[in-house]
Write a protein that binds this ligand. Structure first.
Ligand SMILES: [Zn+2]
Length: 341
């Protein structure tokens, strides 16, 4: 399901764009118009072991199906945008070694998709695409610059400055999860590459789970202490909503870690808007715990920055949910299309 505004072809502003968001188990393919409204979308399985060429053929079939459902032709679509997990070489259109796609390594995915679709393809890191989606039609809609942190299994992100997504020399731009927030020799280890003290080791769903287990094993008092092995970020949120004081405190401490990373990012690029996306939002804006989490991030930032910078910076939850990826991929395609005119 999607929570996006769906529009009918007569209301849509041409040209159209395909947005394709490749994940570990599923691929979302959406058709948007020039204003970021979704006409329709399809989700297919990734079927990772069958490899990327097979997947791109099935993406093309889904695109044909979308056009059919909307009574449109391929000539109505100016460009497609593709988001995949890293590692990748964006400029060369190559997948490098995405860890959850072992059968997709060192593959020229952009050329493959262009051959299948017959239109030009823009390429992005999946987290960068999600950031661009939030920037185009979500929480960042009225802004020119934005930093997004995606809180999921890992911590991804994206940086957009003056309407331009920062890709970087090594296709590593906006990899906020690997910012170092703890320089001590015994700082937590990052799951990818084993660097120490990276934000992801503290504030991703997996980092949160490990920290929580350690605190409970060390004797923290909580209703979750009864089943430490089964702990998840979602269970910590649920316990907090039930009044478990340790859980709420733990979530606020997680917010503090994020605040340290966010302060460094803001002091580097001063975006004016920082957005927290991803599934690990501790209930998000509509719950008491989610609001306390966001307040902890804002407080931690306020304590570490300058007054005028704090006053001129908004920290807010994302609003597009899991649709941000395909919408952002379409948005990047749109941006490239308008630049080419
Ligand atoms: Zn890392």
């Amino acid at each position: 399901m999607t929570n996006q505004k769906m529009i009918q072809p007569p209301e849509a502003k041409k040209p159209m764009f395909f947005g394709i968001d490749v994940g570990g188990t599923g691929i979302k393919i959406g058709l948007t118009d020039d204003q970021g409204d979704t006409l329709d979308f399809i989700a297919i399985e990734t079927l990772e072991p069958q490899g990327p060429a097979d997947a791109m053929q099935r993406v093309n079939l889904a695109c044909v199906q979308l056009l059919d459902r909307c009574s449109l032709n391929k000539s109505d679509v100016a460009r497609a945008g593709l988001g995949t997990p890293g590692s990748q070489d964006i400029r060369k259109g190559m997948l490098l070694e995405p860890p959850n796609h072992p059968h997709w390594h060192h593959f020229p995915i952009v050329q493959c998709l262009e051959d299948a679709l017959g239109i030009p393809v823009s390429y992005a890191n999946d987290a960068n695409a999600a950031a661009f989606g939030e920037f185009w039609v979500g929480t960042g809609k009225i802004h020119d610059s934005m930093v997004l942190l995606t809180l999921g299994t890992g911590v991804g992100g994206g940086v957009i400055i003056d309407n331009q997504l920062i890709v970087g020399q090594n296709s590593f731009g906006g990899e906020c999860g690997h910012m170092i927030i703890d320089p001590s020799p015994n700082a937590r280890l990052c799951a990818w590459g084993g660097g120490r003290g990276h934000l992801e080791a503290y504030a991703s769903a997996s980092g949160v789970t490990m920290r929580a287990r350690e605190e409970l094993q060390a004797g923290a008092q909580s209703i979750l202490a009864a089943d430490i092995e089964k702990i998840t970020a979602k269970k910590i949120f649920e316990a907090s909503e039930q009044g478990d004081a340790w859980s709420l405190g733990f979530i606020e401490r997680t917010g503090q870690y994020l605040a340290i990373g966010i302060t460094s990012m803001v002091h580097m690029v001063d975006p004016g808007l920082v957005v927290l996306g991803g599934a690990m939002n501790f209930g998000g804006p509509t719950t008491k715990t989610g609001q306390r989490f966001l307040e902890a991030v804002r407080k931690g930032f306020r304590e570490r920055t300058f007054k005028n910078v704090n006053d001129g910076t908004t920290i807010e939850f994302a609003s597009l949910g899991a649709d941000a990826g395909y919408i952002g991929a379409a948005g990047i395609a749109r941006s490239d299309y308008h630049k080419s005119l």
